[in-house]
Design a protein. Structure first.
Length: 309
């Protein structure tokens, strides 16, 4: 389909008038200069399409990515793209890549390696508070492991993943359990400080029965709350039906589904546990954009060095 724009019609009339009455009269009539009229006459071949606006995009650029740079980006993305573009950027920089993070992301989009997603704007007024130091605030949650990735006999049992993430360093601790109960969450909390390598001041959880009891129904506290009180850890609850208040751990669960549970199957319970522990180690050593291209382990190491100096 040929599209004729108003600008093309205007130029067509200008050229026809110039062929009949000359360039000077045309410039006066159409309130333009003679150079513009001459340029249109050079392009005009009797058809309106010859007067269409052409692309002003340069055919080449001195700052364009070289073939070697594009090849490096593609190679690093295939190897590490699962864990985010920040990790891809850090890997490229170790291989000699000297351009900015945004420039690399633009090349990845242009080559079609990543499809641009339209993100909906959130209208929630809740503002989260990040931890000021390691252990200041830790988010804990538990998720169901999909049955589709389990290929060994479970005899009616379900498997769950308990996740704790420190808000300051983004370091995570994962554990596979066979029941969603306050007992398993309490056992997980007992060893959490040892797994993290630092003291915990506050843990933030939702209102699930595996963590806390409803104070309107009972005055008793759960085993999880007992362990937290004994360890001197404060428990902060999120607002009911507000999962975004535990957004960091919820987002990490979404990444677990994308990286692990939607791509792998497990033939034994041992394989499941070993895979999750391997994924935990890889996550804690992966660069994050929000951490200025540092990994959670590097953030903790940096904080300890600053504290010691």
């Amino acid at each position: 389909m040929t599209i004729i724009t108003e600008e093309m019609r205007y130029r067509h009339k200008l050229c026809e008038y110039a062929l009949k009455h000359g360039v000077t009269k045309t410039a006066r009539r159409y309130h333009t200069n003679r150079q513009f009229v001459y340029r249109q006459l050079e392009k005009y071949d009797g058809t309106v399409r010859s007067l269409a606006l052409r692309s002003r995009r340069p055919k080449s650029s001195p700052n364009a990515h070289s073939y070697e740079e594009l090849k490096l980006i593609k190679k690093m993305y295939k190897r590490n793209g699962t864990y985010g573009l920040a990790e891809v950027y850090v890997r490229c920089k170790t291989k000699g890549y000297s351009r900015s993070f945004g420039s690399m992301c633009r090349q990845i989009r242009n080559t079609g390696l990543v499809k641009t997603e339209i993100k909906r704007k959130s209208y929630t007024r809740y503002t989260g508070l990040d931890g000021k130091y390691p252990g200041d605030k830790v988010q804990i949650d538990i998720k169901d492991i999909p049955d589709s990735c389990i290929r060994f006999p479970t005899y009616g049992k379900r498997y769950y993943q308990i996740t704790a993430i420190d808000e300051y360093t983004r370091k995570r601790v994962l554990k596979i359990v066979k029941e969603k109960s306050t007992y398993e969450s309490a056992v997980f909390l007992k060893t959490l400080e040892t797994e993290f390598g630092f003291r915990i001041k506050t843990v933030q959880v939702d209102n699930g029965y595996e963590f806390v009891n409803d104070p309107e129904k009972t005055d008793k506290i759960t085993m999880f709350q007992e362990v937290a009180n004994r360890l001197g850890i404060k428990i902060k609850r999120t607002r009911p039906y507000s999962p975004w208040q535990n957004g960091k751990v919820e987002r990490s669960h979404r990444e677990d589904d994308r990286i692990i549970y939607s791509r792998m199957v497990f033939t034994s319970e041992r394989e499941l546990e070993e895979t999750i522990k391997k994924h935990e180690r890889r996550y804690n050593s992966t660069a994050k954009y929000v951490l200025s291209f540092r990994s959670p382990n590097e953030m903790l190491e940096k904080y300890n060095l600053q504290k010691a100096s």
